[in-house]
Design a protein around this ligand. Sequence first.
Ligand code: AMP
Ligand code: MN
Ligand code: MN
Length: 324
Amino acid sequence: MDHLIHRLNNSRNVLITTHASPDGDAIGSLLAMNLALRGKHKQITLYNESPIPAVYRFLPGVHSVINQMNSAAPFDTAVVLDCGDLQRVGDAARIINQIPEIINIDHHITNTRFGTCQMIDVQACACTEILYHLFERMHVPFTRELATCIYTGILTDTGSFRFSNTNRTTFQICENMVARGVDPFQVAQHVYGTYSLGRIKLLNLALDSIEISENGKVSLMALTRAMLNETGTQPEDSDGMINYARRIQDVKIAVLIQEQTNGGDRSLGQRRPYHVSLRSDGSVDVAAIAAMFGGGGHQSAAGFSIESTLTEIKDQILQMTKSI
Ligand code: AMP
Ligand code: MN
Ligand code: MN
């Protein structure tokens, strides 16, 4: 850790980034690192390829996140957060690769250890947990704003303290963050309490799409572009819906196949770009399944991207999970 702190302290012009289609932990981490380094008078640029989901736009500093990056030239250091591999950042990975110092801070079991300096803790419930320990060591003051970013990352990556990554440290950190002024009700209202009507209608379509495998152990949920259009929703609005498929009695693996709204040119023919999310009840390692498709993640929550057809993806997954 001290090596990494030394490099952070020596940096001057820093690009901070996280994975495309960011979740609460990705954005919490991005903005927490921003606040910590700003306090140390660094020149900071925040980058994310995707729009920031509406539910996270209450977080401090969120409006300075840019989604265009043309050159690596200004930066001496990149800090890449909550990414198992650099490609998770999206197309900008190519540019980021040219930055001399690349600091990789993450908690995914499939982390490729990319970059020039790593801090990887697969036991951490969220990337913001790793940042908490880091900032403690760096003597960064935990202001209410910083605490809110850290708390939001943990809240969302633990599924509101319900997933198997929730432990004593989770609560100890959150207790500390609440002591620094975080209002759990306010955060919950932003993150979970303000859904558009379209999002609820989309949930209806998602629930209706659920299919169960012959042995009852795999549930499949599918969302298409047409469903987003019909309900006037964005890809981010499907967040959390897979948990309904996961909760079904006897189900060990839940799968959400979501058609992407970008890409998919004519050369693909009938095939389209999809993002596939996998969740398990803890008894099956879905990160290993995702890795077979070129993705990754955690033991109970993983994902991958693929260009294919809905039927083919379903068939492949059912075939692969037949013996569980
Ligand atoms: P998601 O299904 O997108 O909610 O992601 C679940 C977990 O899998 C997260 O921890 C992601 O970081 C990881 N993950 C999702 N998609 C990919 C991918 N294409 N490659 C590697 N990891 C992924
Ligand atoms: Mn994430
Ligand atoms: Mn995370």
